[in-house]
Design a protein around this ligand. Structure first.
Ligand code: 5GP
Length: 207
């Protein structure tokens, strides 16, 4: 039986450590493909074009939308973010689990197109810790931090639509927990219909 890749959507508050979590996950375990998003926001110090994001001008991003080159896109804190289509489709076809680290509006759009996608929401143990992490990252202005905190309050209204929540208290533990959830998802009956059908047919032949 050919192993089918699962599309995994990881959302979470900005500052909850999703980026680091996802990076560690693909380093530690085989079989994952990490989708690189396109964005119109400025690179942070240390970020590279084509590694963290494809950094595009607004017109370039809008051209991608017009060409249907994105599975989804959303406007987040005044910038566009979107998921390039081709890579995701190729990797799923090859049997890889593809990770999208995207915000909540994009997650809903992907779920409509890929109902089988697995959805996880990463959060901090509490709001104070979230503010602390955003401030200690030291890459955003006070104004941007406030916007992101307000955005977190809005996003918190949609968390229960996700299948799993993951509290990022201890990074290593959290990475292993996410991996375990994904491994278990592979065994979900609804993701193995072909296998189940085959066994049914074989059993019918036996009796
Ligand atoms: P940041 O600017 O902190 O890198 O990302 C801001 C938010 O945009 C995060 O919540 C991140 O998950 C989300 N994001 C990153 N890439 C995409 C994307 O391709 N589509 C959508 N909808 N959101 C994204």
């Amino acid at each position: 039986m050919k192993r089918k890749g699962i599309l995994i959507i990881i959302s979470g508050f900005s500052g909850a450590g999703k980026g680091t979590l996802v990076k560690k996950l693909v380093e530690k375990y085989d079989g994952y493909a990490l989708s690189i998003s396109a964005t119109t926001r400025e690179p942070r110090p240390g970020e590279e074009d084509g590694r963290e994001y494809f950094f595009l001008k607004k017109e370039e991003f809008e051209r991608k939308i017009a060409e249907n080159g994105l599975i989804e896109y959303a406007c987040y804190c005044d910038n566009y973010y979107g998921t390039p289509r081709a890579y995701v489709e190729e990797q799923l076809e090859d049997g890889r689990d593809v990770i999208l680290e995207i915000e909540i509006q994009g997650a809903h759009k992907v779920k409509q197109q890929y109902p089988d996608a697995l959805t996880l929401f990463v959060m901090t143990p509490d709001a104070e810790e979230l503010r602390y992490r955003l401030e200690s990252r030291g890459t955003e202005t006070a104004e941007v931090i406030e916007k992101r905190m307000q955005r977190a309050a809005k996003e918190a209204m949609g968390i229960e639509k996700y299948e799993y929540i993951v509290v990022n208290d201890n990074l290593e533990k959290c990475v292993d927990e996410v991996h375990r959830i994904i491994m278990a998802a592979h065994n979900a009956a609804h993701r193995n219909i072909e296998f189940i059908d085959n066994i049914r047919k074989e059993l019918e032949g036996e009796v």
